[in-house]
Design a protein around this ligand. Structure first.
Ligand code: ACO
Length: 376
C-alpha cells in the first residue's frame, strides 16, 4: 500500500509554473518574482496576467488584458436579479458561492473547457465577481446597486461599486496590494479543490464554486475574520499577554498563526504588516495594530520554536478593517483575488489533465456475517 499521509502533508499532487513557496525560508514567488517586489511595484491586473501567461506583459498586452477585464465588469442582469432575492441576513460567502455558481446559468456554453474557452470564462468570472459582492452588500443595506465604472482599475472599481464613491488613491492602492498578495499560493486547500473538480472535466463554474466553499473554512481563508474577532475581544493591548497564554494553555488555536508549509514568517504577512501599520496610523486605528503586534510578540516567545508564525490572514484583518470593509466581507475579498489563482491552476490542470483519484487504507473489519434485521 502507498504510505498514508494525514491531510496529504508533504504529498506532491500537481506541477505548477505559477507560485513557488519555500516554507523554511519564508519565500513566495509568482513565476519567479518575489511577492514583495510585486506588492511594491505591480498592479493586480498585471499580476493576474503574469500568473496566467507566465510572463510580465508589455504595455500593449497589459492594456488589452485590462480592457478585457473592464469590458466584463458587469455580471449578467439575471445574476443581479438573483442578488435582489438573497436573504439580507445571509452570510456573504454563502451568497458568493451561490452566485458564482449561478454565472453558469447565463453562459450559453458553460461546459466548454478547452483551454481557450476556459481562459475566456476565467476572465469573465474574475471581472464580474466584485460586482456580485458589492451588489449584495448594498442590497442588504437597502441601497441601490452602483454600476461598474469601466474607467477604473479592478480594486478601485470594486470600492466604488461597494461605497458609491471613488476611494482615495492610497486606499485603492492598499486594496490592490491585498489583491496581489492573495492571488495565488501553491496547492492550498481551495486551489486543490478547484483542481480536483476540474480533473473530472466538469466545468470552470463548478471548480470556482467548490473552491469558494473550501476557502470559507476557519482553518483556511476564514481565519482573517477570526483574527478580527480576536482583536475586538481584547479591550486593550495590555490584555494580549494573558489572552494568548490562556488560549495556548487550553490548546486553542490563535487565528492567523501557523501554516502547513511555512515554518517561518509568511512573507505576505510581512508585506501586509507594513501596510497595516501605515493604514492604522492614517485611519486612527493604531490600537488594532498594537494589539496585533503584541499578540505576535507573545506567540514568537511561546511557539516560534514549533514553527508557528503569522500567516497571510493575521495582518490582513487590520488592513481590511482600515480600508473600511465590514468583517464578513474579509473572506469574500480573499476570494475575489484568489479566483485568479484558482482559475490559473484549473487551466494548468486542463492543459495536462489526469483525474484525481487517491485511495484509502481500509481499516474496518472483513468477512463479517450479514445479520438479518430482526436478529440485530
Ligand atoms: N495557534 C496555536 N497553536 C497552533 C496554531 C495556532 N494558530 N497552529 C498550529 N498550532 C499547533 C497545534 O496545536 C499543534 O500543536 P501540537 O503538536 O502540540 O498538538 C501543532 O501546532 C501542529 O498543528 P496542526 O494543526 O496539526 O498543523 P497543520 O499543518 O495541520 O495546520 C493550520 C495548519 C490549519 C493553518 C493551523 O496552523 C491553524 O489551524 N492555524 C489557525 C487558523 C489559520 O490561521 N488559518 C489560516 C492559514 S493560511 C490560509 O489558509 C490562507
Amino acid at each position: 500500500m502507498p504510505e498514508f499521509s494525514k491531510g496529504l502533508e508533504g504529498v506532491v499532487a500537481a506541477e505548477t509554473e505559477m507560485s513557488f513557496i519555500d516554507g523554511q525560508h519564508g519565500v513566495l514567488e509568482y513565476v519567479g518574482i518575489a511577492i514583495g517586489d510585486l506588492a511594491r511595484s505591480s498592479t493586480f491586473e498585471e499580476t493576474v496576467y503574469l500568473l496566467w501567461n507566465k510572463k510580465l506583459p508589455t504595455q500593449a498586452e497589459l492594456d488589452a488584458f485590462t480592457k478585457g477585464l473592464r469590458d466584463n465588469y458587469d455580471p449578467p442582469a439575471g445574476v443581479l436579479e438573483l442578488v435582489k432575492n438573497m436573504p439580507k441576513d445571509a452570510q456573504p460567502m454563502h451568497v458568493l458561492r451561490t452566485l458564482v455558481s449561478s454565472l453558469a446559468l447565463f453562459d450559453p456554453n458553460p461546459n466548454a473547457n478547452d483551454v481557450p474557452a476556459a481562459r475566456e470564462k476565467a476572465l469573465k468570472i474574475l471581472a464580474a465577481t466584485p460586482a456580485i459582492v458589492a451588489a449584495f452588500d448594498r442590497h442588504r443595506r437597502g441601497e441601490k446597486f452602483v454600476p461598474a465604472d469601466k474607467s477604473l482599475g479592478f480594486s478601485e472599481n470594486f470600492m466604488y461599486m461597494l461605497n458609491g464613491e471613488k476611494p482615495t488613491a492610497a486606499m485603492a492602492r492598499a486594496f490592490d496590494i491585498c489583491m496581489i498578495t492573495h492571488a495565488d499560493h501553491g496547492l492550498n486547500n481551495s486551489t486543490f479543490t478547484a483542481r480536483v473538480v476540474i480533473s473530472t472535466l466538469s466545468d470552470l463554474y463548478s471548480a470556482m464554486t467548490a473552491a469558494i466553499g473550501s476557502l470559507r473554512g476557519p482553518l483556511h481563508g476564514g481565519a482573517n475574520e477570526g483574527v478580527m474577532v480576536m482583536l475586538n475581544e481584547l479591550e486593550s493591548v495590555d490584555e494580549a499577554e494573558a489572552y494568548v497564554t490562556n488560549k495556548l494553555k487550553n490548546k486553542d488555536k490563535i487565528m492567523g498563526f501557523g501554516h502547513r508549509v511555512y515554518k517561518s514568517k509568511d512573507p505576505r504577512a510581512s508585506e501586509l504588516q507594513t501596510l497595516a501599520r501605515q493604514l492604522a496610523e492614517d485611519t486612527g486605528n493604531m490600537d488594532l495594530y498594537e494589539k496585533s503586534h503584541a499578540i505576535e510578540e507573545v506567540m514568537e516567545r511561546e511557539v516560534a520554536s514549533k514553527g508557528i508564525y503569522p500567516n497571510v490572514d493575521f495582518y490582513s484583518a487590520t488592513t481590511y478593517h482600515c480600508i473600511g470593509l465590514k468583517l464578513d466581507l474579509f473572506t469574500p475579498m480573499f476570494a475575489l483575488s484568489r479566483l485568479a489563482g484558482w482559475s490559473g491552476h484549473v487551466i494548468e490542470q486542463l492543459e495536462d489533465n489526469r483525474l484525481y483519484r487517491p485511495t484509502t487504507n481500509y481499516v474496518g473489519p472483513h468477512k463479517v456475517a450479514y445479520t438479518p434485521i430482526e436478529k440485530r
